[in-house]
Unconditional design. Structure first.
Length: 107
């Protein structure tokens, strides 16, 4: 079976979705990427990448229950599919293989 390796920003988005669990929607995904990577990103880039990942079958969307306040809004939340989990693991494994033996240490 061929590996499905993710592009850099796809990797960030999928990792954020995995970290956030049921709270993964546009704003929280962007905030998680910025907090963990230090990389600034636009909402448009997050939403476009989410849609591309959905098209590849790596995420699925669901609508949350409205917030429990007057006028509370529902959110379009993302969750990893089995294929998305596999792509995330395969990409991380490929990166690990590429850097093995370089003697690099995390910053």
């Amino acid at each position: 079976m061929a590996k499905h390796l993710l592009a850099e920003f796809e990797l960030y988005v999928l990792a954020a979705v995995a970290q956030l669990g049921d709270d993964a929607y546009g704003v929280t995904i962007r905030d998680e990427i910025e907090r963990r990577s230090g990389r600034q990103c636009a909402f448009g880039a997050v939403y476009a990448t989410l849609e591309r990942l959905r098209g590849k079958g790596f995420i699925a969307f669901h609508v949350s229950a409205p917030e429990p306040v007057p006028g509370g809004r529902s959110r379009k939340c993302a969750r990893l599919t089995a294929a998305g989990d596999r792509a995330l693991r395969e990409t991380i494994g490929a990166i690990d293989e590429m850097i093995a033996g370089l003697g690099l240490r995390p910053a």
